[in-house]
Write a protein that binds this ligand. Structure first.
Ligand code: AMP
Length: 533
């Protein structure tokens, strides 16, 4: 068996690897490191979770060990499709280069140009960037790419999905022809093949088993149901999701819930929170600091349910999760394999549930032909009835699938560059136009940040006591405005509680005075609105 010490890596790198606790190289490392160290181009076909990041960072650190960086001329460049992936590569670099004096800069959206400029001005050995942000820096004249000796393209297939291929081609052209290229992709789509043929020179092709079949340690279940009404499909899917999570009880210690659209990621997350689940969303429109905090929380166990889009979750180094829930059947069959591969890792058992309605039949067919087996059919949890879901105090949180105008305006997208914004995959941008949504009242902030990892995913909080408000929101979600109007009864609000205070009404507010203190005609307009948990 190959050992790291057989791989001709710099002794400082070997020391860092040992300190990271790795005993033997993974297959992709074993195959990619030797040709990379010889200065050859490498075409690596490998997915995340295979150790592919170290397979390019370790030789890079070794090769860059000699020599010094010059101002504004990075010596190497790593391109990653998303900010999280770029940040993950940067973390890997910090780990493996800690005994060297190599420097790095991370160029991603959502971070001020000023700080990044300063680092580049000083000169860096390794520049890790998303393509859009890199070109933004280049166009501002702050960066020269003609000193790049090693260029890495990570997750090229995701770059393709995100529309980054033209940017990648441009960046290739801005770097010297003499550079060494290390190129990684999970799949070899024709467009990817074309790029590699154009820009790689006689690459060493290394491939680790493609995950076209799901691991045997993953128990898959397809939960199919027909919504009671077409316009209740989204509401009822949420109820099914809650029922599935609850039915898993303590065995569900942490889970990723995948949605196809980022606007649904938000809605599903808020809905779960409203029902007392410990959930947080992650998708490309969230501010970088929020995304980082959410991921940290998921890693340290203080967030149990991560509600994610494929793009946001792709490639993230997240510890094994006990469950994956596909809130939507993915429209790209490979995403099914990627999603469920988040559980059942390293020989552990995992469960992957997929919720489907008759509309999904076409996508299911594509998935089943990719994985070459039918997804085992499961049934709705015992005692669960869709009719109950329709009546249940439900969720449809603020802004739920509001009209296209509002969801677009919501997308101020925390400072991402125009290029990154424009390159979002089309399937995440689908807009669903339904009737104007009504804002719910504020949710109490309730998630403690440090619950132990083994807490079950379900129901840590007491259910709320104001079913009227939830009915109203479901009414809004399902486009029933008359229903909403009828429910906006201030006298009723006074009877049931104090509008805008969530579940925590200070004592003094409940005291009666001669003049009525609650006058808001529209409970939605109270100042406490808009505070989300
Ligand atoms: P990656 O595929 O690069 O996202 O890596 C997946 C995970 O494998 C990361 O948590 C790495 O820290 C870990 N890893 C990388 N190389 C090794 C190795 N040789 N032995 C054990 N774990 C590793």
């Amino acid at each position: 068996m190959t050992k790291f010490s057989d791989l001709a890596l710099d002794p400082r790198v070997l020391q860092a690897v040992e300190e990271a606790g790795y005993e033997t190289p993974t297959p992709i490392q074993e195959q990619a490191i030797p040709p990379a160290l010889e200065g050859r181009d490498v075409l690596g076909i490998a997915q995340t979770g295979t150790g592919k990041t170290a397979s390019f960072v370790l030789p890079m650190v070794t090769l860059l060990g000699q020599g010094r960086a010059r101002a504004r001329m990075p010596r190497s460049l790593v391109l990653a499709p998303t900010r999280e992936l770029a940040a993950q590569v940067a973390e890997n670099f910090d780990t493996y280069a800690k005994h060297t004096k190599l420097t790095k800069a991370l160029l991603i959206g959502g971070v001020s140009f000023g700080e990044q400029d300063k680092l580049i001005d000083r000169g860096v050995d390794v520049l890790i960037a998303t393509p859009g942000r890199l070109l933004d820096h280049f166009e501002r004249g702050k960066l020269m790419l003609n000193g790049v000796q090693i260029m890495v393209v990570d997750e090229a297939d995701r770059m393709l999905d995100m529309g980054f291929i033209p940017d990648i081609e441009r960046i290739f052209q801005l770097t010297p022809k003499t550079r060494q290229t290390l190129f990684f992709s999970a799949t070899m789509a024709p467009e990817i093949e074309r790029i590699t043929k154009t820009f790689l020179k006689d690459p060493a092709k290394v491939e680790v088993a493609r995950q076209a079949t799901a691991s045997l340690t993953i128990e898959q279940k397809l939960i199919q149901f027909t919504p009671t009404r077409k316009d209740r499909s989204f509401t009822e899917k949420r109820a099914v999701l809650r029922a599935l999570i609850t039915a898993e009880g303590e065995s569900c210690t942490n889970a990723i819930v995948f949605c196809n659209r980022k606007m649904d990621v938000d809605v599903v997350s808020k809905s779960l929170k409203a029902h007392g689940f410990n959930a947080s969303p992650i998708h490309g429109d969230l501010d970088q600091s929020v995304r980082t905090r959410t991921l940290d929380g998921f890693r340290d166990g203080s967030v149990h349910l991560l509600i994610a889009s494929d793009v946001a979750a792709r490639g993230l180094d997240i510890p094994a999760v006990s469950h994956v829930f596909n809130f939507d059947v993915p429209s790209h069959p490979e995403d099914y394999v990627h999603r469920i591969g988040r559980t059942g890792r390293a020989g552990r058992l995992g469960k992957a549930y997929t919720i489907a309605t008759p509309n999904d039949d076409k996508y299911l067919g594509a998935i089943e032909s990719l994985v070459k087996m039918p997804i085992p059919r499961g049934s709705l949890p015992e005692g669960f009835a869709l009719e109950d879901a329709a009546d249940a105090p439900s969720d449809a949180p603020r802004g739920e699938r509001s009209g296209s105008g509002s969801s677009r305006s919501r997308s101020s997208r925390g400072g991402s560059s125009s290029r990154e914004r424009d390159a979002r995959p089309a399937r995440e941008e689908k807009q669903v136009v339904v009737a104007e949504a009504v804002e719910p009242r504020a949710e109490p902030r309730a998630e403690p940040r440090s619950e132990p990892r083994n807490e079950p995913c379900s129901e840590p909080r007491a259910p709320r006591s104001e079913p009227w408000r939830d009915d109203r929101r479901d009414g809004a979600r399902d486009g029933n405005r008359d229903y909403n109007r009828d429910r906006r009864d201030p006298a009723r609000d006074r009877r049931d509680g104090v509008v805008g205070m969530g579940d925590h009404v200070p004592d003094f507010i409940l005291r009666s005075f001669k003049i009525a203190t609650v006058t808001a005609d529209d409970p939605e307009e109270t100042p406490a609105n808009g505070t989300e948990g």
